[in-house]
Design a protein around this ligand. Structure first.
Ligand SMILES: NC(=O)C1=CN([C@@H]2O[C@H](COP(=O)(O)OP(=O)(O)OC[C@H]3O[C@@H](n4cnc5c(N)ncnc54)[C@H](OP(=O)(O)O)[C@@H]3O)[C@@H](O)[C@H]2O)C=CC1
Ligand SMILES: O=C(O)C1=N[C@H](C(=O)O)C[C@H](O)C1
Length: 252
Protein backbone atom coordinates (compact mmCIF):
# COMPACT_ATOMS: atom_id res chain seq x y z
CA UNK A 1 0.00 0.00 0.00
CA UNK A 2 1.17 3.54 -0.79
CA UNK A 3 1.70 5.65 2.30
CA UNK A 4 -0.54 8.77 2.05
CA UNK A 5 2.59 10.91 2.43
CA UNK A 6 4.07 9.33 -0.74
CA UNK A 7 0.95 9.75 -2.88
CA UNK A 8 1.16 12.29 -5.70
CA UNK A 9 -1.06 15.28 -4.85
CA UNK A 10 -3.28 16.03 -7.86
CA UNK A 11 -5.53 19.00 -8.70
CA UNK A 12 -8.08 18.87 -11.54
CA UNK A 13 -9.12 21.90 -13.61
CA UNK A 14 -12.48 21.55 -15.36
CA UNK A 15 -13.46 19.18 -12.56
CA UNK A 16 -17.21 19.41 -13.20
CA UNK A 17 -16.89 18.77 -16.96
CA UNK A 18 -17.37 15.49 -18.85
CA UNK A 19 -13.67 14.59 -18.71
CA UNK A 20 -12.91 16.34 -15.41
CA UNK A 21 -15.55 14.30 -13.56
CA UNK A 22 -14.08 11.08 -14.92
CA UNK A 23 -10.51 12.16 -14.06
CA UNK A 24 -11.50 13.04 -10.46
CA UNK A 25 -13.06 9.58 -10.10
CA UNK A 26 -9.98 7.83 -11.54
CA UNK A 27 -7.52 9.81 -9.39
CA UNK A 28 -9.62 9.20 -6.31
CA UNK A 29 -9.62 5.46 -7.00
CA UNK A 30 -5.84 5.23 -7.50
CA UNK A 31 -3.94 4.26 -4.36
CA UNK A 32 -0.81 6.18 -5.29
CA UNK A 33 -2.63 9.44 -6.12
CA UNK A 34 -4.44 11.91 -3.86
CA UNK A 35 -7.11 14.24 -5.22
CA UNK A 36 -6.45 17.53 -3.40
CA UNK A 37 -8.28 20.15 -5.51
CA UNK A 38 -11.32 20.13 -7.82
CA UNK A 39 -11.50 23.42 -9.67
CA UNK A 40 -14.02 24.57 -12.25
CA UNK A 41 -15.30 27.78 -13.87
CA UNK A 42 -15.35 30.64 -11.33
CA UNK A 43 -13.11 28.88 -8.78
CA UNK A 44 -9.76 30.26 -7.68
CA UNK A 45 -6.66 28.60 -9.22
CA UNK A 46 -4.86 29.25 -5.93
CA UNK A 47 -7.01 26.46 -4.44
CA UNK A 48 -4.61 24.09 -6.24
CA UNK A 49 -1.40 25.60 -4.83
CA UNK A 50 -2.95 26.12 -1.37
CA UNK A 51 -3.83 22.40 -1.34
CA UNK A 52 -0.23 21.53 -2.22
CA UNK A 53 -0.98 20.08 -5.68
CA UNK A 54 2.18 18.65 -7.28
CA UNK A 55 0.44 17.85 -10.56
CA UNK A 56 -2.52 19.62 -12.14
CA UNK A 57 -4.67 17.99 -14.84
CA UNK A 58 -6.41 20.38 -17.25
CA UNK A 59 -9.55 19.42 -19.17
CA UNK A 60 -11.14 22.85 -19.66
CA UNK A 61 -11.41 24.53 -23.06
CA UNK A 62 -9.08 26.03 -25.67
CA UNK A 63 -9.92 29.64 -24.62
CA UNK A 64 -8.69 29.29 -21.04
CA UNK A 65 -6.10 26.52 -21.11
CA UNK A 66 -3.11 28.75 -21.92
CA UNK A 67 -3.76 31.03 -18.91
CA UNK A 68 -4.14 27.96 -16.67
CA UNK A 69 -0.91 26.45 -17.97
CA UNK A 70 1.02 29.70 -17.55
CA UNK A 71 -0.20 30.02 -13.97
CA UNK A 72 0.73 26.41 -13.06
CA UNK A 73 4.21 26.70 -14.58
CA UNK A 74 4.78 29.98 -12.69
CA UNK A 75 3.79 28.19 -9.47
CA UNK A 76 6.23 25.37 -10.23
CA UNK A 77 3.40 22.83 -10.62
CA UNK A 78 3.72 20.14 -13.32
CA UNK A 79 0.75 19.83 -15.67
CA UNK A 80 -1.01 17.14 -17.69
CA UNK A 81 -3.11 18.75 -20.42
CA UNK A 82 -5.90 17.05 -22.37
CA UNK A 83 -7.60 20.22 -23.53
CA UNK A 84 -7.54 20.62 -27.31
CA UNK A 85 -6.50 23.61 -29.44
CA UNK A 86 -2.69 23.35 -29.38
CA UNK A 87 -1.09 24.84 -32.50
CA UNK A 88 2.69 24.82 -33.00
CA UNK A 89 2.73 28.51 -31.91
CA UNK A 90 1.00 27.62 -28.64
CA UNK A 91 3.45 24.77 -27.99
CA UNK A 92 6.34 27.18 -28.60
CA UNK A 93 4.91 29.60 -26.00
CA UNK A 94 4.67 26.78 -23.47
CA UNK A 95 8.31 25.86 -24.17
CA UNK A 96 9.35 29.47 -23.56
CA UNK A 97 7.55 29.53 -20.17
CA UNK A 98 9.15 26.21 -19.23
CA UNK A 99 12.62 27.49 -20.11
CA UNK A 100 12.33 29.78 -17.06
CA UNK A 101 11.20 26.88 -14.81
CA UNK A 102 13.60 24.01 -15.58
CA UNK A 103 12.19 21.61 -12.97
CA UNK A 104 8.60 21.70 -14.22
CA UNK A 105 7.13 19.08 -16.57
CA UNK A 106 4.19 19.49 -18.93
CA UNK A 107 2.56 16.67 -20.91
CA UNK A 108 0.12 17.79 -23.60
CA UNK A 109 -1.66 14.89 -25.29
CA UNK A 110 -4.15 15.37 -28.13
CA UNK A 111 -5.65 12.02 -27.16
CA UNK A 112 -5.10 9.86 -24.06
CA UNK A 113 -6.69 6.74 -25.54
CA UNK A 114 -4.00 4.11 -26.10
CA UNK A 115 -5.82 2.94 -29.26
CA UNK A 116 -5.91 6.51 -30.55
CA UNK A 117 -2.17 6.94 -29.95
CA UNK A 118 -1.57 3.76 -31.96
CA UNK A 119 -3.95 4.95 -34.70
CA UNK A 120 -1.85 8.12 -35.09
CA UNK A 121 1.38 6.10 -35.14
CA UNK A 122 -0.02 3.68 -37.74
CA UNK A 123 -1.25 6.60 -39.85
CA UNK A 124 2.19 8.23 -39.78
CA UNK A 125 3.75 4.91 -40.83
CA UNK A 126 1.28 4.35 -43.69
CA UNK A 127 1.44 7.92 -45.03
CA UNK A 128 4.46 7.52 -47.31
CA UNK A 129 2.87 4.66 -49.30
CA UNK A 130 -0.35 6.42 -50.41
CA UNK A 131 -1.06 9.24 -52.86
CA UNK A 132 -4.23 10.32 -51.07
CA UNK A 133 -5.29 10.64 -47.46
CA UNK A 134 -8.28 12.26 -45.76
CA UNK A 135 -9.38 12.27 -42.11
CA UNK A 136 -12.96 11.87 -40.92
CA UNK A 137 -13.44 12.65 -37.24
CA UNK A 138 -16.77 12.16 -35.46
CA UNK A 139 -17.69 13.55 -32.04
CA UNK A 140 -20.56 14.27 -29.67
CA UNK A 141 -22.40 17.51 -30.52
CA UNK A 142 -21.34 19.33 -27.31
CA UNK A 143 -17.75 19.56 -28.56
CA UNK A 144 -16.72 23.22 -28.93
CA UNK A 145 -13.92 22.93 -31.49
CA UNK A 146 -13.59 21.51 -35.00
CA UNK A 147 -11.51 19.89 -36.27
CA UNK A 148 -10.63 17.91 -33.16
CA UNK A 149 -7.16 18.13 -31.60
CA UNK A 150 -6.61 14.48 -32.50
CA UNK A 151 -7.44 15.11 -36.17
CA UNK A 152 -5.17 18.18 -36.28
CA UNK A 153 -2.30 16.19 -34.72
CA UNK A 154 -2.89 13.27 -37.11
CA UNK A 155 -2.83 15.66 -40.08
CA UNK A 156 0.45 17.13 -38.78
CA UNK A 157 2.24 13.77 -38.45
CA UNK A 158 0.94 12.61 -41.84
CA UNK A 159 2.13 15.86 -43.47
CA UNK A 160 5.59 15.38 -41.92
CA UNK A 161 5.78 11.80 -43.22
CA UNK A 162 4.64 12.86 -46.72
CA UNK A 163 7.20 15.66 -46.82
CA UNK A 164 9.98 13.28 -45.71
CA UNK A 165 8.97 10.90 -48.54
CA UNK A 166 8.87 13.77 -51.06
CA UNK A 167 5.21 13.15 -51.86
CA UNK A 168 3.64 16.04 -53.74
CA UNK A 169 0.10 17.37 -53.66
CA UNK A 170 -2.75 14.85 -53.57
CA UNK A 171 -4.81 14.27 -56.72
CA UNK A 172 -8.08 16.27 -56.60
CA UNK A 173 -9.83 17.69 -59.66
CA UNK A 174 -12.54 19.55 -57.70
CA UNK A 175 -13.30 22.84 -59.49
CA UNK A 176 -16.74 23.67 -58.24
CA UNK A 177 -17.14 23.41 -54.48
CA UNK A 178 -19.71 24.51 -51.90
CA UNK A 179 -17.83 25.97 -48.91
CA UNK A 180 -16.93 23.17 -46.53
CA UNK A 181 -17.81 20.31 -48.91
CA UNK A 182 -14.20 19.19 -49.09
CA UNK A 183 -13.57 19.68 -45.37
CA UNK A 184 -10.95 21.85 -43.69
CA UNK A 185 -7.36 21.77 -44.85
CA UNK A 186 -4.92 21.09 -42.01
CA UNK A 187 -1.26 20.97 -43.02
CA UNK A 188 -2.42 20.05 -46.54
CA UNK A 189 -4.66 17.18 -45.34
CA UNK A 190 -8.47 17.39 -45.68
CA UNK A 191 -10.30 16.88 -42.37
CA UNK A 192 -14.07 16.28 -42.22
CA UNK A 193 -15.78 16.88 -38.86
CA UNK A 194 -19.05 15.13 -38.03
CA UNK A 195 -21.06 16.04 -34.91
CA UNK A 196 -23.96 13.77 -33.87
CA UNK A 197 -25.80 12.76 -30.72
CA UNK A 198 -24.78 9.33 -29.50
CA UNK A 199 -21.14 9.67 -30.55
CA UNK A 200 -18.24 10.06 -28.12
CA UNK A 201 -14.92 10.31 -30.05
CA UNK A 202 -14.15 8.49 -33.31
CA UNK A 203 -11.72 8.91 -36.18
CA UNK A 204 -11.01 7.31 -39.54
CA UNK A 205 -7.90 7.92 -41.59
CA UNK A 206 -8.59 6.93 -45.19
CA UNK A 207 -5.60 6.30 -47.44
CA UNK A 208 -5.81 5.60 -51.17
CA UNK A 209 -3.56 4.68 -54.05
CA UNK A 210 -3.93 2.82 -57.33
CA UNK A 211 -6.55 0.09 -56.91
CA UNK A 212 -6.61 0.00 -53.10
CA UNK A 213 -7.53 1.90 -49.96
CA UNK A 214 -6.52 1.47 -46.35
CA UNK A 215 -8.75 2.65 -43.50
CA UNK A 216 -7.40 3.04 -39.97
CA UNK A 217 -10.19 3.61 -37.47
CA UNK A 218 -10.37 4.23 -33.74
CA UNK A 219 -13.47 4.53 -31.53
CA UNK A 220 -13.79 5.75 -27.96
CA UNK A 221 -17.24 4.60 -26.83
CA UNK A 222 -16.72 5.75 -23.24
CA UNK A 223 -14.55 8.41 -21.58
CA UNK A 224 -13.14 5.65 -19.37
CA UNK A 225 -10.96 4.87 -22.42
CA UNK A 226 -8.88 7.99 -21.72
CA UNK A 227 -8.19 7.27 -18.04
CA UNK A 228 -5.24 4.82 -18.24
CA UNK A 229 -3.41 7.37 -20.42
CA UNK A 230 -4.23 10.27 -18.10
CA UNK A 231 -3.01 8.37 -15.03
CA UNK A 232 0.14 7.27 -16.86
CA UNK A 233 0.92 10.93 -17.62
CA UNK A 234 0.13 12.06 -14.05
CA UNK A 235 2.60 9.50 -12.67
CA UNK A 236 5.30 10.40 -15.23
CA UNK A 237 5.09 14.16 -15.65
CA UNK A 238 7.22 15.26 -12.65
CA UNK A 239 10.07 13.08 -13.93
CA UNK A 240 9.95 14.63 -17.41
CA UNK A 241 11.02 18.27 -17.13
CA UNK A 242 10.13 20.40 -20.16
CA UNK A 243 7.38 19.75 -22.69
CA UNK A 244 6.26 16.31 -23.83
CA UNK A 245 3.73 16.28 -26.68
CA UNK A 246 1.67 13.12 -27.04
CA UNK A 247 1.78 9.88 -25.07
CA UNK A 248 4.12 8.08 -27.49
CA UNK A 249 7.25 8.51 -25.35
CA UNK A 250 5.35 7.41 -22.24
CA UNK A 251 3.76 4.23 -23.54
CA UNK A 252 7.10 2.96 -24.79
N1 LIG B 1 -6.82 14.62 -24.83
C1 LIG B 1 -7.87 13.81 -24.70
O1 LIG B 1 -7.74 12.57 -24.67
C2 LIG B 1 -9.23 14.39 -24.57
C3 LIG B 1 -9.40 15.73 -24.68
N2 LIG B 1 -10.62 16.30 -24.53
C4 LIG B 1 -10.64 17.75 -24.55
O2 LIG B 1 -10.80 18.20 -23.20
C5 LIG B 1 -11.50 19.44 -23.17
C6 LIG B 1 -12.69 19.30 -22.24
O3 LIG B 1 -13.64 18.40 -22.78
P1 LIG B 1 -14.99 18.05 -22.00
O4 LIG B 1 -14.69 17.55 -20.64
O5 LIG B 1 -15.80 17.24 -22.92
O6 LIG B 1 -15.62 19.53 -21.88
P2 LIG B 1 -16.66 20.07 -20.78
O7 LIG B 1 -17.22 21.34 -21.36
O8 LIG B 1 -17.58 18.99 -20.36
O9 LIG B 1 -15.73 20.43 -19.54
C7 LIG B 1 -14.94 21.56 -19.41
C8 LIG B 1 -15.12 22.09 -17.99
O10 LIG B 1 -14.18 23.14 -17.75
C9 LIG B 1 -14.86 24.21 -17.12
N3 LIG B 1 -14.12 25.45 -17.27
C10 LIG B 1 -14.25 26.42 -18.21
N4 LIG B 1 -13.37 27.41 -17.96
C11 LIG B 1 -12.66 27.05 -16.86
C12 LIG B 1 -11.61 27.66 -16.14
N5 LIG B 1 -11.10 28.84 -16.50
N6 LIG B 1 -11.11 27.01 -15.04
C13 LIG B 1 -11.62 25.82 -14.66
N7 LIG B 1 -12.63 25.21 -15.31
C14 LIG B 1 -13.13 25.81 -16.40
C15 LIG B 1 -16.21 24.20 -17.81
O11 LIG B 1 -17.16 24.99 -17.15
P3 LIG B 1 -18.37 25.66 -18.04
O12 LIG B 1 -19.11 24.51 -18.63
O13 LIG B 1 -19.14 26.44 -17.03
O14 LIG B 1 -17.67 26.50 -19.08
C16 LIG B 1 -16.52 22.70 -17.78
O15 LIG B 1 -17.05 22.31 -16.54
C17 LIG B 1 -11.87 19.75 -24.63
O16 LIG B 1 -10.90 20.60 -25.18
C18 LIG B 1 -11.79 18.37 -25.29
O17 LIG B 1 -11.52 18.47 -26.66
C19 LIG B 1 -11.72 15.54 -24.29
C20 LIG B 1 -11.63 14.19 -24.22
C21 LIG B 1 -10.38 13.48 -24.35
O1 LIG C 1 -13.91 16.80 -27.09
C1 LIG C 1 -13.75 15.57 -27.04
O2 LIG C 1 -14.64 14.80 -26.67
C2 LIG C 1 -12.45 15.02 -27.44
N1 LIG C 1 -11.48 15.86 -27.67
C3 LIG C 1 -10.16 15.53 -28.05
C4 LIG C 1 -9.86 16.07 -29.43
O3 LIG C 1 -10.24 17.22 -29.72
O4 LIG C 1 -9.23 15.37 -30.21
C5 LIG C 1 -9.85 14.06 -27.87
C6 LIG C 1 -10.98 13.14 -28.19
O5 LIG C 1 -11.17 13.14 -29.56
C7 LIG C 1 -12.25 13.56 -27.46
Amino acid sequence: MTDERDAIRVGVLGARGRMGTEVCRAVDAAEDLELVAMIDQGDWLFNASDAGAEVVVDFTNPDVVMDNLHWCIDQGISVVVGTSGFSEQRLERVRSWLARKPGVGVVIAPNFGIGAVLMMQFAARAARYFESVEIIEQHHPKKLDAPSGTAAHTARVIAEARAAANLGAMPDATKDERPGARGAEVDGVRVHSVRAAGLVAHQEVLFGTTGETLTIRHDSYDRASFMPGVLLAVRAVRHRPGLTVGLDALID
